[in-house]
Ligand binder design. Structure first.
Ligand SMILES: *[C@@H]1O[C@H](CO)[C@@H](O)[C@H](O)[C@H]1NC(C)=O
Ligand SMILES: *[C@@H]1O[C@H](CO)[C@@H](O)[C@H](O)[C@H]1NC(C)=O
Ligand SMILES: *[C@@H]1O[C@H](CO)[C@@H](O)[C@H](O)[C@H]1NC(C)=O
Length: 269
């Protein structure tokens, strides 16, 4: 009995050492912000063989947006120590060319082995970096008291239900009251309001949101889902690069930020 408990303890310890610490992931997102501000991707944890993608297209990190110095007005990050992944949303409204950048970083053996960014600028869906900055700063994403935190499964299920509901209006979505959505730079909510303004009707055609890539952070009730969004961009019928960034409180959706890339200005809409 004691022996098997010891074995179990050893097995847990070794699986824990394969995961990442929150401190290490916070150091990485801090380094990422510093790198983007400087336009110098040399981060201490960067793997030599890092895979770098912008809007789902692989590219050379030295020619990407991470190699341009950008004035950052605001940032928020999620740290997923189970999957060894991070998510960061950068608001750069006062930069010469305004941007909103959503970045997912994946780690292997303590090194950043993948960086995937959705890089939105003028002409992308509802893009208005000034509005995005204004509204994101009004939101409260403070850590949730430990005894009130949702499990990873509850957090993930809330975001999945939201994306599933676009193609299937019968899916029940746990919208909170209040719930507010920041879509590009347009906000559905109002400060102090308790209304749920997030409800999405089913889109005119049935479709599935595929290629979902998750980052989950129980401490802030945070979830980000990188995904391929069909329908919206006529030139990308199979889906354009998109990300939905959620705050979940008590199993209910409180905030949603959507960043979606368009081939033509505002996806031709
Ligand atoms: C890339 O680097 C990481 C970390 O240094 C290592 O674990 C991984 O095996 C490497 N991948 C390839 C394809 O060389
Ligand atoms: C990024 O966000 C952190 C946490 O809110 C803040 O302390 C830091 O100053 C921000 N960095 C930039 C460049 O805005
Ligand atoms: C962008 O948002 C700001 C702040 O909400 C607003 O004042 C401005 O008119 C918006 N710009 C456009 C082009 O809609």
């Amino acid at each position: 009995m004691i022996y098997s408990t010891l074995l179990l303890g050893a097995a847990l310890a070794s699986s824990a050492s394969a995961a990442c610490t929150r401190e290490q992931l916070i150091a990485a997102t801090d380094a990422y912000i510093t790198a983007q501000a400087a336009g110098d991707p040399a981060m201490p944890a960067l793997a030599e063989n890092v895979t770098y993608l912008e809007n789902d297209a692989p590219m050379d990190i030295t020619t990407g947006v991470l190699s341009q110095a950008i004035t950052i007005d605001f940032n928020r990050s999620l740290h997923d120590s189970v999957e060894c992944a991070t998510f960061t949303e950068i608001s750069a409204a006062t930069n010469a060319e305004p941007y909103v950048i959503a970045t997912r970083m994946l780690f292997t053996d303590d090194k950043i082995t993948t960086i995937q960014s959705v890089v939105a600028n003028n002409g992308d869906w509802a893009f208005n970096a000034t509005g995005q900055l204004y509204w994101t700063k009004t939101e409260n994403w403070d850590p949730i008291p430990e005894d009130q935190r949702d499990s990873r499964d509850v957090i993930k299920a809330a975001g999945d239900a939201y994306l599933d509901s676009w193609g299937d209006g019968t899916v029940k979505v746990p919208y909170g009251s209040p719930c507010a959505r920041l879509e590009g730079g347009s906000y559905t909510g109002r400060v102090g309001s308790t209304a749920n303004t997030c409800t999405m009707p089913q889109f005119p055609s049935a479709f599935k949101i595929e290629n979902r890539r998750y980052v989950i952070d129980e401490e802030v009730g945070g979830l980000d889902i990188f995904n391929d969004f069909p329908f919206i961009d006529a030139d990308k019928p199979d889906g354009t690069s998109s990300t939905n960034f959620f705050r979940i409180e008590g199993g209910m959706i409180r905030y949603i930020h959507e960043t979606t890339i368009c081939t033509n200005p505002n996806c031709g809409r």
